[in-house]
Design a protein around this ligand. Structure first.
Ligand code: IMP
Length: 194
């Protein structure tokens, strides 16, 4: 089955393509479409946003579309920044990590989790598929490491004492919320395709 990724993020594409191949899915890069739609992420949940993106892209595609939405939930902030993770403060990723470290300064509880929802929308009458997965951990005292993006320099996954940025892509791609969500949707797609 051929499927379009509703994203112009090539890093996400590489990650997902490899993981989806074993379930018989050939992933096409959304960035290669002539006019990729711009979708406002107005949903109250990650799942709603993933469905919004997949449905918007499906309007111009005659193939199934896969979309993801993700965010960071910090317990000391009552689950913020959550679905607003990408835009809680304007500017570069480093502006948001600085905001986060300031917001939880002095907090005893630094626990947090990444969340990722994935939706698949079909061009026929089949119902959409959705999954949501998590990666629990804690927020570091200061940023560390170079790799990854977003809040990776300040997120320490459970079972490790280094940030995602220090641990690098191999470990991140084995334990992350997105890797787990892609794995779950791949298992479901395998059953659907068979
Ligand atoms: P989106 O799902 O691409 O819209 O991501 C939402 C935002 O959540 C990103 O811009 C990041 O700030 C944050 N985020 C989601 N996943 C990750 C991750 O794996 N590492 C670091 N930050 C992430």
């Amino acid at each position: 089955m051929r499927m379009i990724l509703a994203s112009t993020n090539r890093g996400k594409y590489r990650e997902m393509k490899e993981q989806l191949l074993p379930c018989g899915t050939e992933l096409l890069f959304g960035g290669d479409l002539p006019s990729p739609p711009h979708v406002e992420e107005t949903g109250a949940t990650y799942e709603e946003n993933a469905l919004l993106k997949a449905r918007a892209w499906a309007l111009s595609a005659k193939l199934p579309v896969i979309a993801d939405d993700s965010g960071l939930e910090v317990d000391a902030l009552g689950g913020a920044p959550g679905v607003h993770s990408a835009r809680v403060v304007p500017g570069k990723d480093s502006a948001r990590t600085e905001w986060l470290l300031e917001a939880i300064k002095g907090a005893d509880d630094r626990s947090a989790r990444f969340v990722c929802s994935i939706a698949v929308v079909f061009p026929d009458e089949r119902s959409p598929l959705t999954v949501t997965e998590y990666c629990t951990g804690r927020i570091a005292e200061s940023p560390a490491g170079e790799s990854g993006f977003g809040y990776d320099p300040v997120f320490i996954p459970d079972g490790y004492d280094k940030t995602f940025s220090e641990l690098g892509p191999d470990i991140k791609n084995a334990v992350s919320h997105r890797a787990k969500a892609v794995k779950s949707i791949a298992e479901i797609l395998k059953r659907v395709i068979e």
